[in-house]
Design a protein around this ligand. Structure first.
Ligand SMILES: CCCCCCCCCCCC(=O)SCCNC(=O)CCNC(=O)[C@H](O)C(C)(C)COP(=O)(O)OP(=O)(O)OC[C@H]1O[C@@H](n2cnc3c(N)ncnc32)[C@H](O)[C@@H]1OP(=O)(O)O
Length: 209
């Protein structure tokens, strides 16, 4: 299934992944509830028997979800006019692992901007987001930016400069932009801003497929 709408992009698996006209509200709802569960699990200080009772509830929910499964976890749909993977681990509203990165804005130069709020479950150093997740946000943002610029590509090199701690529990702005192309190589840069300060910067080389 192809899509001709301007500004949309397709990942390599798009030819095989079903494209939904809209993301089912219940898919987003379940992912949001699981995110809350993870955050509650990180913060909880209840007694051992309550942990055991909660684990049994979770087991019951897992069994319910396993009653009917799809072969492929990847589903595509549209959000803000852009094609997204419903289950992408960074921006997928249907993937509880995804913070998710939301609210893609594209300015007149083609630069992109999104936001994400990562909770304590993403903590690396005390009070700060784990560096791997900082890199994931930036990797995704540069991938998204080059796709928006009409050059969908995969990252082959990502250099991240961690300037200061990226706080969790604070809205983050993730900016990225396409900066050039040489043959199949596509270049992009990005940065994360928290409370008006740049916490991490990335420069990436991607290769078109
Ligand atoms: C729903 C919508 C969502 C749309 C938006 C969604 C955004 C999602 C973003 C997700 C971002 C990711 O996680 S991406 C996933 C992580 N990345 C990957 O899995 C990629 C793994 N790498 C690969 O599979 C491979 O390297 C390929 C297929 C990308 C390229 O292999 P290839 O086709 O054999 O190409 P190859 O000849 O090696 O390289 C092509 C050119 O790139 C150069 N090159 C290759 N690697 C490097 C490198 N590390 N540093 C510098 N340059 C390099 C080569 O020198 C060459 O230059 P020259 O001789 O031409 O000058």
């Amino acid at each position: 299934m192809t899509d001709e709408r301007p500004g949309t992009t397709s990942p390599p698996a798009a030819g095989h992944a079903p494209v939904l006209p809209a993301i089912p509200a219940e898919t987003t709802l379940l992912a949001a509830r699981i995110r809350e569960l993870v955050e509650a699990g990180v913060h909880t200080d209840v007694a051992a028997e309550d942990l055991r009772a909660a684990a049994e509830h979770v087991t019951a929910a897992t069994e319910l979800l396993r009653e009917r499964t799809r072969e492929e976890p990847l589903l595509l749909s549209y959000l803000d006019g852009n094609q997204v993977s419903v289950h992408n681990p960074v921006e997928g509203p249907g993937n509880p692992l995804a913070p998710p990165m939301v609210g893609l804005e594209i300015d007149e130069s083609g630069a992109t901007s999104s936001t994400a709020l990562l909770g304590a479950a993403y903590e690396g150093p005390p009070g700060r987001v784990h560096g791997g997740w900082v890199a994931s946000l930036l990797d995704h943002a540069v991938g998204r930016a080059v796709a928006v610029a009409g050059h969908p590509a995969m990252t082959v090199s990502l250099t991240v400069d961690y300037r200061r701690g990226t706080p969790h529990g604070v809205p983050l702005t993730i900016n990225a932009r396409f900066t050039g192309k040489e043959g199949r190589k596509v270049f992009a840069t990005g940065e994360i801003v928290a409370d008006g300060e740049t916490t991490a910067e990335a420069s990436a080389i991607l290769v078109t497929y």
